[in-house]
Design a protein around this ligand. Structure first.
Ligand SMILES: Cc1cc2nc3c(=O)[nH]c(=O)nc-3n(C[C@H](O)[C@H](O)[C@H](O)COP(=O)(O)OP(=O)(O)OC[C@H]3O[C@@H](n4cnc5c(N)ncnc54)[C@H](O)[C@@H]3O)c2cc1C
Ligand code: FES
Length: 316
């Protein structure tokens, strides 16, 4: 039995096969202001939520064409095993040369992938004894790892409330990943899954252009919605999981610490290798206890493991 065939514990770290491998891009869809592209990974294994891959296009990457040179880190937004491999979905916002090239990938093109890498989210009962459920808090492109985490939690029968915030319509997307059990799977295999989802945007408009229902979109920050939830009596019996811009993550970390709520944060740092060799992703541990390499000791960390979520060079 291979590692990819064995039934895994929820939140178990999955080890990457050695080296990078060439996969075929199967589709690239518009999702609000972002893109969702998928690859077929014939080797697998299926990743755990919160893990990431280092990605580089086979063509138009490095060489005489200049930047981008290094592979770019990407959280897996969804994954599904099939007879001939694993479908991996990634959510991208074009902010520079690497992300622009990935956003422009077409079906049939080659993509080099290395992963899954890093430490995934841990289930609520590993963070809080007798945990009642999970609250997922996403901001901007940081909604990506929360989509696969929500699906895995709901499939495991663990209640998950989802709070997503965006700056405005141009800087929003990925909601498709939260509306069905698996964004791009066939509905017959993956029926619609209900879990509470609330939205916030700084302009108060619904992130998807067709809907202008202001009553259902909070005008302000997603942390406003979290603050209301954390006021509830049952708040400390659940675990909070967050991914988004550094300022949002720092606000979540402080709010949870103040209220005694367990939280995990999916952080970003500039990553050159993705597997612990270059030390480019080192951040300080809490209490002056040295440093951690975010690519192997993270990217998911507990709120009490770090001094701050304001990581230099991260976030866009
Ligand atoms: C674990 C992890 C998971 C990620 N998941 C996603 C994802 O799912 N979708 C997505 O679109 N992006 C994701 N990113 C961010 C992405 O890897 C970077 O934005 C990427 O390096 C940008 O490459 P570029 O060539 O387009 O832009 P660059 O020229 O490298 O930078 C463009 C802008 O992004 C900022 N930036 C540079 N490097 C990083 C970095 N490592 N992290 C954050 N900001 C950076 C710069 O300050 C600049 O403002 C992730 C990063 C990490 C570390
Ligand atoms: S990215 Fe190289 S050590 Fe983390």
């Amino acid at each position: 039995m291979t590692a990819s065939m064995r039934a895994r514990r929820l939140g178990e770290r999955v080890t990457a096969p050695f080296g990078r491998r060439l996969c075929e891009v199967t589709r690239n869809l518009t999702s609000g202001g972002y893109r969702i592209f998928s690859v077929s990974d014939p080797v697998g294994p299926e990743p755990a939520a919160g893990q990431f891959y280092m990605l580089a296009a086979d063509a138009g990457w490095g060489g005489n064409e200049g930047r981008p040179y290094l592979a770019r880190a990407f959280s897996v937004a969804d994954a599904e095993s099939y007879a001939d491999g694993v479908r991996l979905d990634f959510l991208v916002q074009a902010v520079g040369p690497g992300t622009s090239r990935l956003a422009a990938l077409e079906a049939g093109e080659g993509l080099w992938i290395h992963g899954p890498l890093g430490r995934p989210f841990a289930p609520p009962h590993e963070l809080v004894e007798g945990a009642a459920g999970a609250v997922l808090v996403g901001g901007g492109i940081g909604v990506a790892p929360l989509a696969i985490w929500r699906r895995q939690l709901v499939r495991a029968g663990i209640p998950a409330r989802v709070l997503l915030g965006f700056r405005d319509r141009a800087n929003s997307g990925g909601l498709d990943l939260f509306q069905t059990g698996s964004s791009l799977a066939s509905p017959a295999n993956d029926p619609r899954i209900c879990s509470e989802l609330r939205l916030a945007s700084e302009d108060g408009l619904h992130p998807v252009g067709d809907h202008q229902d202001r009553r259902r979109t909070h005008r302000g920050y997603v942390t406003d919605l979290l603050g209301v939830l954390l006021e509830g009596d049952e708040a400390s019996s659940g675990a909070v999981y967050a991914c988004g811009p550094p300022a949002m993550l720092e606000a979540v970390r402080v709010m949870c610490a103040d209220r005694g709520v367990a939280c995990e944060l999916a952080l970003e740092a500039p990553m050159a290798c993705g597997f612990g060799a270059c030390f480019g992703c080192a951040i300080p541990r809490a209490g002056g206890a040295g440093y951690m390499r975010l690519c192997v000791d993270g990217p998911v960390v507990r709120g009490d493991e770090i001094e701050t979520a304001l990581v230099p060079g991260s976030g866009h």
